[in-house]
Design a protein around this ligand. Structure first.
Ligand code: CUA
Length: 355
């Protein structure tokens, strides 16, 4: 963050910053032009047509061709100008709401009053985000308490961070440097202190930084540990021959659309995994019974994201079914335990380990 004495705009440090600023300039210039025009005409006409004598003004013929032409002109021109605003704005919104498929995955948890950030590879940080330059980065975000909003002015991107839901935001940083993170939603006493820094690094430096890591393994690996501790694998065994048939085999499901018991269909995405862990009875897969207990209160938001990342790692994004790697989920010892017996103990351990 270079300190400058006066700066009207933050610098443009992402691929979308230029087009956002272009649209903003269009809006400002258009508003300024019409404000000046209207103020000028108000004063000009007031002087030009001021009442000079006591004569009664001649009424305007409402049905004259000139009047009609005037009406059409001042309807069509603003329509055109505002449709440009709409089309231009919509195209940027579409671009900003669709993260490219091969984006780097980063997970953000907002909490009064800090940003907790986890990288899929395992590194964790607080109020700091290290990313490589010229790579698409996708944030999956949630909140532990109230509504926050992750805002990076230099990238011209912001998105609400909501409790109980996953929202996403993506950007492609184009310049190496350090940039502000702000919380852009009033979230309590220290809202203004809920700030941080994005460090955009050359690819090489980023890899070095990432390699230093947390030493805790990737998010998927940590998620697998939680999955095992909580006893999920007792039922959701992914090795086909070991699946007891009472619960869906999770391998290869991510990115697919699954049929539900009530006849509906749902996309097997991050949000559905989250919902199924916390509210298992809400969307039951066709062919299965309502036997899964809720894991609400047993996982923090960070832990939940790790479990989501693990389930994602079991299945390809494009939805093609692939057989699970043998033994990728459970050791046979835990699998043989009856779920009813093992679950309370396992849940307790995980709950403790997770806090
Ligand atoms: Cu978090 Cu304002």
């Amino acid at each position: 963050m270079e300190q400058r004495t006066f700066q009207l705009f933050p610098e443009q440090a992402s691929s979308i910053a230029g087009s956002v600023d272009g649209l903003y300039a269009y809006l400002v210039i258009l508003s300024a032009f019409f404000s000046v025009l209207i103020f000028f005409l108000v004063v000009f006409f007031a002087i030009k047509y001021r009442k000079k004598d006591n004569s009664v003004p001649k009424p305007v013929d409402e049905h004259s061709i000139g009047g009609l032409l005037l009406e059409i002109t001042w309807s069509v021109i603003p329509l055109g100008l505002t449709m440009v605003m709409f089309g231009w704005g919509a195209s940027i919104v579409f671009q900003e709401s669709r993260p490219p498929a091969d984006s780097l995955e980063v997970f953000v948890t907002g909490k009064q009053w800090m940003w907790k950030i986890q990288h899929a590879e395992g590194a964790r940080e607080i109020n700091e985000l290290h990313i490589p330059v010229n790579r698409d980065v996708r944030l999956t975000m949630t909140s532990e308490d109230v509504i926050h909003d992750f805002y990076v002015p230099a990238f011209r991107t912001k998105a609400d961070v909501l409790p109980g839901r996953y929202t996403t935001e993506w950007f492609r940083p184009t310049r190496v440097g350090a940039y502000h993170i702000f919380c852009a939603e009033y979230c309590g006493t220290k809202h203004s202190g809920m700030i941080g820094t994005v460090y955009v690094m050359p690819e090489q430096d980023y890899n070095t930084w990432l390699a230093a890591g947390s030493g805790e393994g990737s998010m998927a690996e940590q998620g697998q540990a939680l999955f095992n501790q909580l006893g999920c694998g007792n039922c959701h065994a992914s090795a086909v021959n070991k699946n007891n048939g009472r619960c869906p085999n999770l391998a290869g499901l991510f990115g697919t659309t699954v049929d539900l018991k009530d006849g509906g269909r749902v996309k097997f995405d991050e949000a559905y995994i989250r919902e199924s862990v916390l509210y298992p009875q809400s969307k039951i897969v066709a062919g299965y019974d309502d036997i899964m207990p809720t894991f609400k209160g047993l996982l923090t938001e960070d832990g939940l994201l790790k479990v989501v990342e693990y389930v994602k790692s079991l299945g390809p994004r494009n939805g093609t079914q692939t057989p699970a790697a043998p033994g990728s989920v459970m050791t046979s010892a835990t699998e043989q335990q009856a779920p009813a017996q093992s679950r309370p103990a396992a849940r307790q351990t995980a709950a403790q380990g997770n806090r």
